[in-house]
Design a protein around this ligand. Structure first.
Ligand SMILES: *[C@@H]1O[C@H](CO)[C@@H](O)[C@H](O)[C@H]1NC(C)=O
Length: 217
């Protein structure tokens, strides 16, 4: 029973990775056969231990849904599966979301919010003005895109949970954020970003779904 649920989770997370690769990652992640092959084989190897072997298994013999971590559940919500893919691909974030000892509030923008950004989350206008059209070609371009994607994603990771109203917290990206309630909705500041819903509450934190992306510049 547990295994089939885990296999399902794994399949969903693999689909999310594929979705994020196809929709938003730079060409070199999509087009290079060597890279694609290594991603295909690496992701399962990296993800299986996280999903099939909950870290708290030995300490908590009666492991129920209480023992699930954010990394176990974030891939289940289809409306945020692009951002979920980013959290898995960036090692600082994936380690944190799998760590039972560190609580996190993940601010996950809807797929539609990512798709309507004026630029891709791995692009930086400064790279284009310094380096031109070839800013993301070759190994150094790939490194640049990876760094930008990390900065974007870390700006959406709040290293506390529960996160109280009005509490100003520095994200993993370094910016300060807080939230206010307005007509029953939660609004993230700065930027007036509305929380559409809270997708999950698990042992090491919560996943909040955002209608827009936070400013990460
Ligand atoms: C971490 O989250 C759990 C579950 O929500 C909570 O009981 C616990 O107090 C939190 N720990 C800290 C340090 O905030």
């Amino acid at each position: 029973m547990k295994t089939s649920a885990s296999v399902l989770l794994f399949t969903v997370s693999l689909q999310a990775s594929i979705a994020s690769t196809q929709l938003l990652l730079p060409n070199f992640f999509r087009n290079s056969p060597a890279k694609a092959a290594s991603r295909d084989t690496q992701n399962p190897i990296m993800n299986i231990p996280n999903i099939l072997v909950p870290p708290s298994k030995d300490d908590e013999p009666s492991a129920g849904s209480d023992s699930l971590s954010i990394s176990d559940v974030i891939g289940k919500e289809r409306t945020i599966n692009i951002f979920a893919g980013f959290t898995r691909d960036i090692d600082t974030i994936s380690k944190r979301l799998n760590d039972e000892k560190q609580n996190t509030t993940v601010l996950a923008p809807l797929n539609s919010a990512l798709q309507k950004l004026p630029r891709k989350p791995w692009e930086d206008p400064e790279d284009y003005s310094a380096l031109g059209e070839k800013a993301y070609e070759g190994q150094s371009g790939e490194d640049r895109a990876t760094r930008n994607l990390r900065r974007f994603s870390e700006a959406h990771i709040v290293p506390v949970s529960p996160w109280k109203e009005g509490e100003k917290v520095e994200t993993l990206g370094g910016g300060k954020v807080w939230w206010e309630s307005k007509d029953g909705d939660r609004i993230i500041q700065p930027g007036n970003i509305e929380v559409s819903s809270i997708a999950s509450r698990v042992s090491n934190g919560e996943v909040w779904i955002l209608k827009e992306c936070l400013n990460y510049a």
